[in-house]
Every structure is written in structure tokens, then in C-alpha cells.
Design a protein around this ligand. Structure first.
Ligand SMILES: OCc1cccc(Br)n1
Length: 404
């Protein structure tokens, strides 16, 4: 819990530093929010059920559809651009035998209403700011960046029907996770010819914008978006964190443009975070489309990475005072002392039972108390208490009304 609070505190600090407002959504949503026909893993693992009102509901597997629903609900009552962030628990249903978590927390930041890649550049900057805050550098992690418009331009060249776009993206995202023969078979089932498949796989292996330009020409949106993004990265000063990688498509069907994922340069871990542009999501829920982009950042891989790098922070409970009566008849007096200190804004661990002093000192050490306040009969009769500063061992009889 200390680690989670530390992580979330950094998520929040960065989000607020970038001028984003915190939002939240229900953990339980209508199942329909997540029913997409593109064959995504997130769909196969939906933690869904029928509630007592016979409604098909699901524990949310991600936050973006809820955000889209809320933007539509708010409609004209909010002024654009929206810069929202959320930290929320998300669920998936997996067999326990897989030994993987069924729930995790995800930090999301989204910009709604900005069509330009300036929005994606700003989101990537916020994640890099987060990485730097927790001690990670460009030699630890980087971002693989591409655009789904690359895929779109290739599919159009081979007149693959538009309605196959999401499905092809999901198939491509499985490269490296399932055998290439299965990838080819799945692409054939998505109405792609042999020639189209080979050309697509060839383009997806590109790692330089220059080579991409040779293939696609300079006129397409994919190239201009990517060039603008890399140029903005220069101005933000984070070029060394980015690399173009045409194979990056991400595993969510609704991305339509730039996509990116954070990765650990030692290549031992799964993607740390990921996101991109999703300009068509709102209309899938019956709203008017608005340009949108965002990312999701889970709490699992980042903690594995920090552990690997020896960067997990040492987080100990810290209480300023521990207050203890030396006589059961003075328990009330001890609670008076605790209240006086708390009303001054100090934290107090009040010993609630009649314990030997040895026990109190052990507890004081365990909770890293700065001071031990002892309420003894003789002192109390003089309106005093005994204040021990635990780091120095010094002690001082102090008047109650001079306690600070
Ligand atoms: O990253 C996919 C995902 C979604 C929900 C819960 C968990 Br654990 N993992």
C-alpha cells in the first residue's frame, strides 16, 4: 500500500503539473461498452456477468470507453480541449492456473479536442516527466512510436476493406506473440492477398522514417504526423527517448493514428505503458466524433522494472509522536495530551492499553516516532508531561500548554 500510494502520488503530481484534471468512472459498466468485434484479448478476458436486474455488466478492463461515454454525456457543457486523468482499478478474467493478476491499477491521461500531434507529444512528455521523477532515464526506458496510418495507407494500396482495419491491427499486434504462420493465416482471413501480406510485413519491419518515406512516399499523413512528432520531441528535449518502429500498433482496436509504447531497454519486461490517438471512438457510442488521444500506464510492470533497477523507494511509516500513560488511571490524561497535539496538526500514536515501557519503546522504534510523550502521575499533578526525543535520547519535562 505504501508503494501504491507513492506511485499514485507521482502519477497525480505529474498529471497536475501538466494541467490535467482528475476524473473517475464506475468500476462496473455495461458490458456493451467493451464489445468490439476486432478479436482483442481485452474482449476475450472480459470480467462480465449478468446482474440481479438481468443486465449484462462488466468490471471495466480499461478506462478509455468510460471516458468516451462521459465526454458524450457532458456534450456541449464542457469546453475543449479536455485534459483529464484518472487512476483506476481495472479487471480481466483469467483462469487462476495462469497465475496472473486479475486486477491492476491504471493511470490514464487523455486530451480530447486536439487533432494535432502536439497532443501526443504532450502526453509522451508527461510520461517522461514521471519516469524522471522516479529515477529512470533514457538509458533505462524508451518509447517505440509509429502510426496506424502507415497500416491504413498500405491496406488502401491493396484495397483491403476499411472495416478490416481494426481486425488487421489486432492481428499485427500479435507479431512476436504467436507464430508468423498464424499471423499470415489470420491476415488471409481478413481479406488480405499474399502479396499484400508480404508487402505489409516488409513495411512493418522498418525502423527508420527515411526508409518509410521511400516505401510510402512523402505525401501521406502517416509520415507528416511522425515527422512533426519527432520534431516536437526535439523541442521538448526528449528525442533520445523515442524511436520509430513501424511494427508498433498496440492491441486496442480503436486507435486511428499515432501509437506509442514505453519499453525497458533490457527487453526483459512487457510494455510499461501504451497509448495513441483514437479519433473515432466517440461515434462508436453514438456520439459526435471528437479528436482524442491518451495512454494507459499499469502499476505492475513499472514496479517490476524499479525492482530490477534497485529503484524501489524505502517507505516507512512515520508518526511524529507516541503518547503513553505510565499508570492506568492516567489513560484519560494521555488521550487529552494526544488531542492537544493532534489539534496542533501533529500525528500521534496513542497507546491504548496498559503496556510495559519496553513494549512502548519497541513500538516507537517500529513506527519511527520522533518523540515519546510519557504521562506520569508526579508530572501530571504539576500539569507537566515528559517529552523524550528518541533520536537523541534527550528528555524534557514540559508544561501541557507549552507542548508544541
Ligand atoms: O493489461 C491488461 C489488464 C487489464 C485488466 C486487468 C489486468 Br491485471 N490487466
Amino acid at each position: 500500500m505504501r508503494l501504491r500510494n507513492w506511485l499514485f502520488h507521482n502519477f497525480r503530481e505529474v498529471s497536475q503539473q501538466f494541467g490535467f484534471e482528475e476524473v473517475d468512472f464506475p468500476v462496473l459498466e455495461s458490458e456493451a461498452l467493451y464489445i468490439r468485434k476486432a478479436g482483442e484479448e481485452i474482449r476475450d478476458q472480459l470480467y462480465c456477468f449478468e446482474d440481479r436486474g438481468n443486465r449484462r455488466v462488466a468490471l471495466r478492463p480499461e478506462l478509455t470507453p468510460s471516458l468516451a461515454r462521459l465526454v458524450i454525456q457532458k456534450g456541449k457543457s464542457v469546453s475543449l480541449p479536455l485534459k483529464w486523468f484518472a487512476i483506476g482499478q481495472c479487471w480481466r478474467y483469467e483462469r487462476m492456473t495462469r497465475g496472473r493478476r486479475r486486477e491492476h491499477y491504471q493511470w490514464n491521461m487523455d486530451i480530447i479536442g486536439v487533432p494535432d500531434v502536439t497532443a501526443e507529444a504532450e502526453l509522451i512528455s508527461s510520461i517522461i516527466t514521471f519516469f524522471k521523477r522516479i529515477g529512470l532515464t533514457a538509458s533505462d526506458v524508451g518509447f517505440k512510436v509509429s502510426s496506424r496510418k502507415v497500416l491504413q495507407e498500405v491496406l488502401r494500396c491493396y484495397s483491403v476493406p476499411e472495416n478490416m482495419f481494426g481486425r488487421v491491427c489486432i492481428i499485427i499486434d500479435k507479431i512476436g506473440k504467436i507464430p508468423m504462420d498464424d499471423i499470415r493465416k489470420d491476415l488471409q482471413s481478413a481479406d488480405m492477398s499474399e502479396v499484400a501480406i508480404e508487402e505489409l510485413l516488409q513495411i512493418l519491419s522498418l525502423k527508420s522514417l527515411a526508409k518509410l518515406e521511400e516505401k510510402l512516399g512523402a505525401s501521406g499523413e502517416a509520415l507528416s504526423d511522425l515527422k512533426q512528432l519527432f520534431s516536437l520531441a526535439e523541442k521538448y528535449g526528449y528525442s533520445e527517448w523515442l524511436q520509430f518502429d513501424a511494427s508498433i500498433v498496440r492491441g486496442l482496436a480503436y486507435y486511428t493514428g499515432i501509437v506509442f509504447e514505453g519499453f525497458d531497454r533490457e527487453g526483459k519486461l512487457r510494455a510499461i505503458c501504451g497509448g495513441g490517438r483514437y479519433d473515432r471512438l466517440l461515434s462508436t457510442f453514438g456520439g459526435d466524433d471528437l479528436p482524442a488521444c491518451g495512454f494507459g500506464f499499469g502499476d505492475a510492470v513499472i514496479l517490476e522494472l524499479l525492482k530490477e533497477r534497485g529503484l524501489l523507494p524505502q517507505l516507512n511509516l512515520q508518526v511524529e509522536n507516541i503518547v503513553c500513560s505510565l499508570d492506568p488511571e492516567l489513560q484519560g490524561a494521555a488521550s487529552t495530551v494526544a488531542t492537544i497535539l493532534r489539534e496542533k496538526g501533529q500525528s500521534v500514536d496513542l497507546v491504548l492499553e496498559n503496556k510495559p515501557l519496553k513494549w512502548v519503546f519497541k513500538r516507537a522504534a517500529r513506527i519511527n516516532a520522533r518523540r515519546l510523550i510519557l504521562v506520569g502521575k508526579a508530572e501530571w499533578q504539576k500539569g507537566m508531561v515528559n517529552v523524550k526525543t528518541l533520536s537523541t535520547g534527550g528528555q524534557l519535562e514540559t508544561k501541557l500548554d507549552e507542548l508544541e
